[in-house]
Design a binder for this molecule. Structure first.
Ligand SMILES: NC(=O)c1ccc[n+]([C@@H]2O[C@H](COP(=O)([O-])OP(=O)(O)OC[C@H]3O[C@@H](n4cnc5c(N)ncnc54)[C@H](O)[C@@H]3O)[C@@H](O)[C@H]2O)c1
Length: 343
């Protein structure tokens, strides 16, 4: 399919197909809207079922990055990379170096970061070849901590809007996925007095959460758990028409990217009486921290922006309520306003 006629094309500035037969690299890189000549976005490494699926994913994700950066007040536009293949089999220093050469050739138009299938050590590997990489293990290390901190600020705004509460004591919260981000959230929410239920497919991650007092349920029970709030922190597309009809929580706030299986799920959540915090607002902490590593903002600005995620979310909740629109539509409108100011 030609990217021009693709439903997710949205006038991307550039879509590049990057290959290096020697290392097996096959990647698609999409640049949505630069701001001040700069874009940023993670490198997702996945065994896509087809090249079309990879193209759809990269176009959607780079546009979402533009929204994420705009709503986080960051001086960069959105971009994204998908590398096609199984990272467990394909990821080698040679392949990462080949991709780093491509990133370097863009001269700073794109700053790469980690995403599913890549990590902070991979970013350090890239940094041997390119200057334009954030989220390195030799700098701030894992982005899970700032991402969880931003999520905690978002959670506070969510419980204020949904339950009129300012504290987590006794609040029943289900967390799907207690890996990097979810694991830190367990710690923060347990400290804040929440009553936690968790699910994961990784026993070590579950053991760590259970040690902090969380109750463990099987992965197929977590979305429908009898709780006040649900926090998805595993994978995307978990909020489908089917799953939404089973959710008992009255509010959803988590960092998993692209939580809505289809756009109309935003309305399905409203119809079910559930307040949903748009994920690209909630999960901006890692991108904010990466922007600090990339020299776009200071450490002080980074801390303030991470803490400010809750305030942005409160504006979105407010606007959705006033206009009787979904929180997704309100976030979208605010992001487009902010992006428009740069264009
Ligand atoms: N790390 C970041 O800085 C960051 C930033 C923005 C968004 N996100 C998003 O947040 C989510 C979590 O990121 P992370 O860095 O913690 O990833 P992670 O891989 O460290 O943790 C994800 C956890 O989910 C678990 N999981 C996988 N399938 C599951 C299932 N079916 N049921 C329950 N648990 C399952 C995994 O075992 C793992 O423990 C992802 O969707 C990621 O894209 C992360």
């Amino acid at each position: 399919m030609s990217p021009f006629s693709h439903s997710e094309y949205d006038n991307h500035l550039r879509v590049s197909f990057v290959a290096d037969p020697d290392s097996g690299l096959r990647a698609i890189h999409a640049i949505h809207r630069p701001v001040d000549g700069r874009t940023g976005g993670g490198i997702r490494f996945r065994p896509y079922a087809s090249d079309d699926e990879a193209l759809t994913d990269v176009l959607r994700l780079s546009k979402a990055m533009s929204y994420k950066f705009a709503l986080a007040g960051l001086p960069a536009g959105g971009a994204k990379t998908v590398i096609i293949g199984d990272p467990a089999k394909l990821k080698t220093p040679e392949l990462l170096t080949a991709y780093a050469r491509y990133v370097e050739s863009l001269g700073g138009l794109y700053i790469a970061g980690p995403d599913i299938g890549t990590n902070a050590d991979d970013m350090t590997e890239l940094a041997r070849t390119t200057r334009f990489v954030a989220g390195r293990s030799d700098l701030s290390g894992t982005t899970a901590i700032p991402t969880a901190q931003g999520c905690f600020s978002a959670l506070k705004a969510t419980i204020r809007a949904a339950f009129g509460r300012d504290d987590f004591t006794g609040l029943r919260i289900a967390i799907q996925g207690v890996g990097g981000v979810g694991g830190v959230l367990v710690q923060m929410l347990a400290d804040a007095g929440a009553d936690l239920v968790v699910a994961d497919i990784d026993q070590a991650a579950l053991d760590a959460a259970a040690a902090l007092g969380a109750k463990v349920v099987s992965p197929d029970k977590i979305l429908a758990a009898d709780v006040d709030l649900l926090s998805p922190n595993a994978m995307g597309a978990v909020l489908s028409k089917t799953s939404i009809s089973t959710i008992k929580a009255r509010a959803i706030c988590g960092c998993a990217n692209n939580q809505l299986a289809t756009p109309d799920c935003a309305q399905a959540l409203v119809d079910q009486g559930i307040l949903w915090a748009p994920d690209y607002v909630v999960s901006a902490g890692g991108a904010i921290d990466g922007s600090k590593d990339a020299g776009l903002i200071t450490a002080q600005e980074s801390a303030a922006k991470i803490d400010g995620i809750g305030a942005t979310l409160a504006t979105i909740f407010d606007s959705a309520k006033r206009q009787n629109i979904t929180t997704e539509a309100a976030a979208h409108a605010l992001a487009q306003d902010l992006i428009g100011q740069f264009e």
